[in-house]
Ligand binder design. Structure first.
Ligand SMILES: [Zn+2]
Ligand SMILES: [Zn+2]
Length: 116
């Protein structure tokens, strides 16, 4: 009988490999490696949504990529506070109908944040 337990990526016998380390009849490691090499889209590390960036896209060309962590979608990236973004409390926007006053308040918050 033909041995089905052959990893299609490296061609080795996988009949003695534990089920947890298999993907079908393939080594899980080999399958993951193949997936990494294929040019799929990166998924957001926070919410898992597909980002517009392919794995092959250089990180300098991306927005929302955190070195050592991975790619964020625009929503999660904008929600973050440690990317030189300033979070503006909603009540400020609502309580300052005048754009100029709002701008001044935002600037005030900006400097207040800087001095934390
Ligand atoms: Zn393999
Ligand atoms: Zn996200």
């Amino acid at each position: 009988m033909e041995n089905q337990f052959i990893c299609q990526y490296c061609g080795k016998d996988t009949s003695n490999v534990e089920y947890d380390y298999l993907s079908g009849y393939n080594h899980l490691g080999c399958a993951l490696e193949a997936e990494m090499k294929s040019d799929g889209f990166d998924h957001c590390i926070m919410c898992g949504v597909e980002t517009p960036y392919k794995r092959s896209t250089h990180i300098d060309m991306r927005i929302g990529y955190i070195e050592g962590a991975g790619q964020l979608c625009s929503k999660c990236y904008n929600r973050g506070s440690n990317h030189n973004h300033l979070a503006i409390p909603e009540w400020i926007v609502e309580n300052y109908p005048n754009d100029q006053e709002l701008g001044a308040k935002v600037r005030e918050l900006y400097w207040a944040n800087k001095n934390l």
